[in-house]
Design a protein around this ligand. Structure first.
Ligand SMILES: [Zn+2]
Length: 641
C-alpha cells in the first residue's frame, strides 16, 4: 500500500469533515451537511461518502475530492502540506525519496569525496606492497592495467591507519564513520573497519564512489568478504558492481551477465567480456534487475554449482527465503527469480559453471569457454529441471514423481499459458512421461509441500496479483481501481491521451479531465501528463517523472509495478481506457443522481424553492448518463480503428 493509501485508510473522512465544523447528518449510506466552502445555509449541498473517502458539493462549488483535497481547500495549502498534516494525524511516516534536497546533495557529495580520497589512500598502499601486488598478478591473473582501471587498493594491517591519515586531513571521526571507513568500539572510540584486506572500490552506475568491497589476504581472517556498511550512498540492494564500466557493453551486446565475485568481474572484463556485473554479495534484488533492464532485457546468471545446483534449488524451493540471504552468497531462489522475470518482462537465464571453477579460472584456462557457457544458459525452469535430475535415475517412478512435484508448481506460476504449456511439454519429454500424466497433478501432490510464505514471497504474490488484476482491471467494479488503471497507463504512455481524447470526442464525450479522477494524487498526475504533452523538450514520460513532486514518487512506483506488463497493442489499450472512462463517468453520474434526488427531496421538505440548482444538475447528469449509454453501445458495436 502506498503512503497515500495508508493515510486514506486510517483517516475517517466523516471525522475529518466534522472536526472542520461541518455538521453532518446521516443520509442512507452517506452523510450530508452545509458546504463549508460556499455561503449557503439554506440547503445542505455537501455530501460525504465514507466508503470511498470522498466528498462533493452539489451547490455553488460543484466540486469534490478526497481528504487531501478537503484539507487543501479548507486550509488553503498545497498537496505536500496536506500530506504532511494528514500523515501526522494518521501516524504514518512519509518516506523520503531519492530526489535529493540541496543540503542532502551537498552531504552526499562530501561523503563521495571522502570515499574518492579513501580509494586513493588504499591504492597507494597497494602500490607500495609488493606482496599483495604479486598475489593479484600471479594468483588472480590481473594485469597492471586492470588493477589501475578498477582502482584496486590495500588496507594496511593496522587499527588506525585510515583514521590517522584522514584525521590529519581535517576529516572528523563522524565523517569517516558515516562513510563506512571506521567502526565504533562498544567502549567508545573508533578504529579502521578495513584492515589487511584487498580493497575494491564500488561505484554506482554513473561511476560515483559508493563504498568498498574488501577481501581477506590472510586466509585465517573472517569474514572472507566484507563490504562497506549501508550508508546514504551505499545501498547494497541498489548497486551492481562494475555497472559503470559494463553499461556500454551490456547495451551493445544486448545482454548482461551476473557473476558472484568482484574479482571475477574484473577478470572477465580483462578477458574482453565487459558486459559482466556482480551484486554486493547478497541475493539478487528486483531493484538490481530493474537497473539492468534499462540496458537490456536479456540477463544471464552465471552461478557456481554451489549456488545454482541441486542443493541450492531444493533449499530455495523448500526453505524460507530468509535463510538464503546470507552475506557472501548470491542465492538462487527460482520462484523469486521467476516472479521478477515475469514482472520485469525480462529474459532470465542461468548458466551453471563447471564444478569447482571460478569465472576467472575459466577465462584464464580458455577464453572462449566462457562464451560457450553463457551461450548455453537455460531458462530458469529448465535449469531447475536439469539440476534436480542430476545423478538421479529417471527410470525410477519415484524420482519422476519427485521432480515433477518440484517443477510443476514453478511452471504453474509462469504468467502466460503459452509458457506454461511449453514447459509442461518440456518437463514431460525430459522425464519421458506422457504430458497428460501431469493434468491435475499440481492440485494433488501432497509430497510437494509449498514453502511457507515469507514476507518477501507474500509481497511477491500480492504483486503478482496486481499484475493479473491489471489485465481485468476495467472489468472490476471499483472506481478506484479503474481510475488507477487509466492513470497508470497514461503515466506510462502519455501520448495515448491524444488519441484517447479524439476517440472520446468521436463518441460524443468530453475529453478526459482531472475531475474524472476521484483522488487528488491521480488528479495531480493527470495534470502533469497533460503538461507533458504540451511541451517538446523531453520525452513525455520522462517529463512527467521529472516534474513529479516527491510526494507522488510512491504512487509512481505503484503504477509502474502495475503497468510493467503492459504490452498490448495500442488499439487494445485505447479500447480498455475508453471503456474504463465510460465506466468511471457512469459510476460518478449515477452516484450524483442518487444524491441529488435525496438533496432535492430534503430541500423541498424544508420548503426551500431554491432547489432548482439541483434540478439543473439532475438534468446534466441525466443527459450525461444518456450520452454514456449511447457511447458504450457504439463502442461495443463498432470496432475501434
Ligand atoms: Zn460548496
Amino acid at each position: 500500500m502506498s503512503t497515500i493509501d495508508e493515510i486514506k485508510s486510517r483517516i475517517d473522512i466523516v471525522d475529518l469533515v466534522s472536526e472542520a465544523g461541518v455538521k453532518l447528518r446521516h443520509a442512507g449510506k452517506n452523510y450530508t451537511g452545509f458546504c463549508p466552502f460556499h455561503d449557503n445555509k439554506h440547503t445542505p449541498a455537501f455530501v460525504v461518502w465514507p466508503d470511498s473517502g470522498t466528498w462533493r458539493c452539489f451547490g455553488q462549488c460543484n466540486e469534490g475530492g478526497d481528504i487531501f483535497k478537503f484539507v487543501m481547500k479548507r486550509e488553503n495549502i498545497d498537496f505536500k502540506e496536506a500530506l504532511d498534516k494528514l500523515a501526522a494525524r494518521a501516524g504514518v511516516q512519509v518516506p523520503s525519496f531519492t530526489k535529493e534536497t540541496p543540503q542532502q546533495k551537498e552531504a552526499y557529495e562530501n561523503l563521495r569525496k571522502l570515499l574518492e580520497d579513501a580509494a586513493i589512500f588504499y591504492r597507494n598502499h597497494l602500490l607500495a606492497n609488493k606482496e599483495i601486488l604479486g598475489y593479484l598478478r600471479t594468483q588472480r591473473g590481473l594485469t597492471d592495467a586492470s588493477i589501475e582501471t578498477f582502482g584496486l587498493g590495500y588496507a594496511p594491517r593496522a587499527w588506525d591507519s585510515a583514521l590517522a591519515h584522514f584525521t590529519q586531513r581535517g576529516y572528523s571521526e563522524r565523517d569517516m564513520l558515516e562513510a563506512g571507513l571506521l567502526s565504533e568500539r562498544d567502549s567508545g572510540g573508533f578504529y579502521d573497519r578495513f584492515r589487511n584486506r584487498i580493497m575494491i572500490p564500488i561505484r554506482d552506475g554513473s561511476g560515483r564512489m559508493a563504498g568498498f568491497g574488501a577481501r581477506i589476504v590472510d586466509p585465517n581472517d573472517i569474514p572472507k568478504f566484507l563490504n562497506s556498511p549501508e550508508t546514504p550512498v551505499f545501498t547494497k540492494g541498489h548497486l551492481l558492481y562494475g555497472l559503470d564500466r559494463a553499461r556500454k557493453a551490456i547495451r551493445t551486446v544486448d545482454q548482461a551477465v551476473i557473476v558472484e565475485g568482484y574479482l571475477d568481474v574484473i577478470a572477465l572484463h580483462q578477458a574482453g567480456y565487459e558486459n559482466v556485473v556482480s551484486p554486493m554479495g547478497t541475493a539478487l534484488t528486483e531493484d538490481q534487475l530493474r537497473l539492468l533492464k534499462k540496458f537490456t532485457r536479456r540477463i544471464v546468471l552465471a552461478l557456481d554449482p554451489d549456488t545454482a545446483g541441486q542443493k541450492a534449488i531444493l533449499r530455495g524451493l523448500d526453505a524460507a527465503r530468509a535463510a538464503m540471504d546470507r552475506e557472501g552468497e548470491l542465492g538462487f531462489d527460482a520462484r523469486g527469480l521467476l516472479g521478477n522475470e515475469a514482472r520485469l518482462q525480462a529474459d532470465l537465464r542461468v548458466a551453471s559453471l563447471p564444478d569447482g571453477l571460478d569465472p576467472d579460472e575459466i577465462v584464464v584456462r580458455n577464453r572462449d569457454e566462457w562464451g560457450a557457457i553463457i551461450d548455453n544458459a537455460k531458462p530458469i525452469v529448465e535449469h531447475v529441471m536439469v539440476s534436480l535430475a542430476e545423478g538421479k535415475n529417471l527410470n525410477d517412478r519415484n524420482v519422476i514423481n519427485e521432480i515433477a512435484g518440484q517443477v510443476l508448481p514453478l511452471i504453474n506460476d509462469l504468467p502466460t499459458p503459452a509458457d506454461r504449456e511449453f514447459f509442461t511439454q518440456r518437463l514431460a519429454r525430459f522425464l519421458r512421461v506422457d504430458e497428460r500424466a501431469f493434468i491435475g497433478t499440481q492440485a494433488q501432490t501432497p509430497r510437494t509441500k509449498r514453502p511457507r510464505q515469507t514476507q518477501a514471497q507474500s509481497a511477491q504474490s500480492v504483486q503478482k496479483q496486481a499484475v493479473s488484476q491489471e489485465k481485468i482491471a476495467v472489468a472490476v467494479s471499483s472506481s478506484k481501481m479503474v481510475g488507477e488503471y487509466v492513470i497508470g497507463v497514461l503515466f506510462k504512455r502519455p501520448e495515448l491521451l491524444y488519441r484517447l481524447d479524439r476517440l472520446l470526442q468521436q463518441f460524443g464525450l468530453l475529453a478526459l479531465a482531472a475531475q474524472d479522477f476521484e483522488y487528488t494524487d491521480h488528479q495531480m498526475l493527470f495534470r502533469l501528463i497533460r503538461e507533458a504533452l504540451e511541451q517538446d523538450k523531453a520525452e513525455h514520460h520522462d517529463f512527467v517523472v521529472g516534474a513529479m513532486p516527491e510526494t507522488l514518487q510512491g504512487l509512481s512506483r505503484d503504477l509502474t509495478a502495475q503497468t510493467e506488463k503492459l504490452e498490448r497493442l495500442d488499439e487494445k489499450l485505447l479500447e480498455e481506457l475508453l471503456r474504463g472512462i465510460v465506466k468511471l463517468r457512469r459510476a460518478a453520474a449515477n452516484e450524483n443522481l442518487n444524491q441529488l434526488r435525496y438533496l432535492q427531496e430534503a430541500a423541498h421538505q424544508a420548503g426551500d424553492l431554491r432547489a432548482s440548482n439541483y434540478q439543473d444538475l439532475v438534468l446534466q447528469n441525466t443527459k450525461l448518463l444518456r450520452d454514456l449509454d449511447q457511447a458504450s453501445r457504439k463502442i461495443s458495436l463498432k470496432k475501434l480503428e
